[in-house]
Design a protein around this ligand. Structure first.
Ligand code: M6R
Length: 368
């Protein structure tokens, strides 16, 4: 049932091109984005004036990624909140608030309770879920299913990529309802998303050196992950993968925060993974990250840089360079997360851990 792979996680990493493609399938009719169970009319979507994304763990990171796209596309304020915090702080919700609840299992207790709280406050709830008929979509006003297929490995991989994809579909649906994007722009963005499975396939072919790297840093005490913009949640996701699989201390930071504290952690030989944006589409951010890479390298860090193919500016500062195919800036997490999944899996494997069933964790967390 692992289809020739050593673990479910390896299989699920390899299934990511299909997870993205299948999640997109059927959601564009040639002119418009269509959601699945749309009990929320376009006129209701049009009156939305604020969006919350509530979720836990990797699903929360998928929301952090999508915030950049949804705000950019819709000009709506988007807050991304840990489901376990949401209902305890009396968030400002009303009929014109859209709460997007993201959950692979659809059974996560914290997220379900956040949904119930939102509905009691009359907010509209849209579920992004991978499991048909599970509780969260049942209690929501609309649903976008991620079609990642069953995910057995406790660490989320293909479901995470599918969640980002589905969150983007929600962003496009909102933009078309609000008229902040013309139909041809929506079509173009959908087309760009449709090209991602190919980029994911290409990325998967580049990963043998990442596995070797994983083996060579498996005895590190800690790893730091840095990113900016959409690369920041990718850094958080990379650190989460490493914590849960390799039981290694790992932290993700917004690279701009380095000087505000975390740089004190950098010491000789510490692996620091840096997710860099495209120098062409995000030149300013790229140059800021370049400075961050230099700062940590000057303090002895072993820099592991994820960059775009053909970017020669970072090569001199990368002790290890992972070059990924060029994709639109907002879509980069759909490729840049993959080496981080593989790195964490390989470190865990080298340390002798069960990467499908990490200690102390359950696939679905049904208690608060
Ligand atoms: O089923 P859900 O998407 O609601 O689960 C949320 C988190 O428990 C989940 O993403 C968890 O963080 C993963 N193990 C991370 O790899």
């Amino acid at each position: 049932e692992k289809g020739g792979f050593a673990t479910f996680m390896d299989k699920e990493i390899a299934e990511q091109p299909a997870a993205v493609a299948d999640t997109l399938r059927g959601h564009f009719d040639g002119t418009r984005i269509v959601l699945d169970e749309q009990r929320l009319g376009e006129d209701e979507l049009r009156t939305i004036d604020k969006v919350f994304v509530v979720a836990c763990g990797s699903a929360y990171h998928s929301g952090l990624v999508a915030k950049y796209a949804i705000e950019h596309w819709t000009r709506l304020p988007v807050e991304v909140e840990l489901a376990s915090e949401f209902r305890y702080r009396d968030p400002v919700l009303d009929r014109d608030t859209l709460v997007v609840a993201v959950s692979q299992s659809g059974e996560t207790a914290d997220t379900l309770e956040a949904v119930r709280h939102a509905r009691r406050q009359r907010a509209r709830v849209l579920a992004v879920c991978n499991t048909n008929g599970s509780q969260i979509p049942r209690e929501s006003d609309a649903v976008v299913y991620t079609h990642a297929g069953p995910e057995v490995g406790v660490a989320s991989t293909k479901a995470f990529l599918a969640q980002i994809t589905a969150n983007y579909l929600v962003g496009l649906a909102l933009a078309q309802a609000r008229g902040t994007k013309y139909a041809d722009e929506v079509a173009r963005d959908f087309q760009a998303l449709s090209e991602i499975p190919r980029a994911v396939e290409q990325t998967l072919e580049l990963l043998e050196p990442v596995r070797e790297l994983g083996r060579s840093i498996a005895d590190s005490k800690a790893v730091l992950f840095l990113g900016r913009h959409v690369g920041f949640p990718v850094a958080l996701e990379g650190a989460l993968k490493l914590k849960e699989l390799a039981y290694m201390h790992a932290e993700g930071f917004a690279a701009g925060e380095l000087k505000h504290g975390p740089i004190a952690l950098v010491e000789e030989g510490l692996p620091v993974v840096v997710v860099t944006p495209s120098p062409k589409s995000m030149p300013l951010l790229h140059s800021k990250l370049l400075s961050n890479i230099r700062e940590v390298q000057a303090r002895g860090a072993r820099t592991i840089v994820i960059g775009e193919e053909g970017d020669d500016t970072i090569a001199p500062f990368a002790d290890f360079l992972i070059e990924l195919p060029r994709v639109p800036a907002l879509l980069q997490p759909l490729v840049s997360t993959i080496p981080l999944q593989v790195l964490a899996a390989e470190i865990a494997r080298t340390r002798g851990y069960d990467i499908d069933k990490p200690r102390n964790l359950a696939k679905s967390v049904t208690v608060e």
